[in-house]
Design a protein around this ligand. Structure first.
Ligand code: GLC
Length: 458
């Protein structure tokens, strides 16, 4: 344990030092935040030791996996797998936020502790994990291309998970940002779902005004999204930026990465986001919203528009007050550019039970995705499951989800993506909390991301 704590502090002091160089004040504030975060993670590490849903028995092989939030769906798949193979699965239940779980996996890899045999990873962690050699190459078990073809896994997911032409993970959950809206309110005011972000803002303002004037309804909120300083904010930021027609990073003909967006374009996007709050469309506390806060606020019936992932559909369907009132559409933008999200399964390079770990992955791919959809609303990555009758019958907006997946675009694929994400988080969150003005934030985002890109441009 001592070892773990040391590495944790070492890791953070390293990134903090980078930042202090560029901005002393931000550095100090971040240092305080990170020390608090460290303590939180240490508590998590201590806590998670004891939370296992299934204990190994006798000589039976045991594999372990870290999952997040609620286990519904996973619990039945695991039971079935255990009964069929005799291999025990120990589940460590982590927090729902992707950033915290990424940190928990990273710590276990850095300490070379063999805590998890199976890695359930956010697609966005792949570059970092694969480049650090933390994941076993899938070709230790199967011919990856043949395996993906045989299982009919969505082509774009497979491609976005390749690292230097090699495959390390099998995608089992597809994700793309969606716009949830109050169908009843939009039809009451004869509006259809907005096609641009400006239209969204105007519609929200109009409905807010009318509801206030006609019914003295002062509780309504216009638009919410994931505004907290974490990876979810980065997904939202890419969607608006690209929805405005801009691109953050591109590669030139000499294979060099460069920041494509211009300062005035970025400022326009940040002004839009800040304007949502200034004009009373988005509440100030959006800076505390992750996915679940956004979903809960929308489910209470007080929000006109909300950006979220597809998992919220199932939960809104189960909510009898909302079932008839909500609609789902592709995000605004010309063209729309929902962020590619999703989760994949991989075998840890440090596992002592690699064969069994892959056996579990294969079991989920073959027998688990339908269950994960029916119990959790996780969108499968297998094309044929969209034709399955049981899935079709309980998937009211499948056409919108499929269209969003088609439009979806990955976050910048770059070995130093975590650093790029961090810069976006600091400055976009700084704008939303009125700490930075938009001209300054635009300049800093461009300057700092270009600096990161230059370290890999030779
Ligand atoms: C969802 C997405 C994941 C993304 C995360 C951000 O879980 O599937 O890719 O990074 O949200 O909060």
């Amino acid at each position: 344990m001592k070892n773990k704590v040391f590495i944790l502090f070492f890791m953070f002091s390293f990134t903090v030092e980078d930042k202090i160089k560029s901005n002393f004040v931000i550095g100090i504030k971040m240092l305080i935040n990170l020390v608090i975060f460290n303590l939180f993670l240490i508590c998590l590490l201590l806590l998670t030791k004891d939370i296992s849903v299934s204990k190994g028995s006798g000589k039976a092989k045991e594999i372990s996996i870290l999952l997040g939030g609620v286990l519904s769906g996973w619990d039945s798949i695991i039971k079935e797998f255990e009964n069929k193979t005799g291999i025990k699965v120990r589940v460590v239940v982590g927090p729902p936020t992707t950033d915290s779980r990424e940190m928990m996996y990273s710590i276990s890899f850095l300490t070379k502790e063999q805590s998890y045999d199976v890695v359930y990873l956010d697609v966005v962690w792949l570059g970092k994990f694969a480049s650090a050699n933390w994941l076993e190459n899938l070709n230790s078990f199967v011919d990856p291309k043949e395996y993906f073809r045989k299982n009919n896994i969505f082509r774009n997911y497979v491609d976005s998970l390749a690292y230097k032409g090699q495959y390390y993970a099998v995608p089992v959950k597809a994700d793309a940002g969606l716009l949830y809206y109050r169908k009843d309110l939009l039809s009451k005011y004869k509006l259809s779902p907005p096609k641009t972000y400006y239209e969204l803002k105007e519609q929200a303002k109009y409905i807010l005004k009318m509801e206030k004037e006609l019914y003295n309804n002062n509780d309504l909120v216009g638009f919410i999204f994931q505004g907290k300083q974490y990876e979810g904010l980065v997904c939202n930021f890419y969607e608006v930026l690209r929805g405005f027609g801009y691109e953050l990073v591109d590669i030139d003909s000499n294979n060099r990465y460069y920041v494509n967006v211009k300062e005035n374009e970025l400022k326009e996007v940040l002004d839009y986001l800040k304007g949502l709050i200034e004009e009373g469309v988005t509440p100030k506390n959006v800076i505390n919203y992750e996915e679940e806060e956004s979903r809960l606020a929308f489910s209470m019936g007080k929000v006109i528009f909300a950006r979220n992932w597809p998992y919220a559909i199932k939960l809104l369907e189960e909510n009898k007050d909302m079932r008839e009132k909500y609609g789902v559409s592709v995000l605004p933008g010309n063209p729309p550019a929902p962020t590619v999200g999703g989760w994949a399964l991989a075998v840890s390079a440090y596992s002592k039970n690699k064969k069994e770990a892959f056996e579990f992955i294969d079991f989920v791919v073959n027998n688990g995705m339908k269950e994960l959809f029916l119990k959790r609303g996780d969108i499968p990555t297998k094309a044929e499951l969209f034709e399955d009758n049981e899935i079709k019958n309980s998937f009211p907006y499948s056409d919108v989800v499929l269209k969003s997946l088609e439009y979806s675009k990955s976050r910048t694929i770059h070995p130093l993506y975590p650093k790029i994400s961090n810069i976006i988080q600091i400055y976009v969150s700084g704008v939303l909390s009125f700490k930075y003005d938009t001209a300054y934030a635009s300049k800093e985002i461009i300057k700092n991301i270009q600096k990161i890109l230059d370290t890999t441009n030779f």
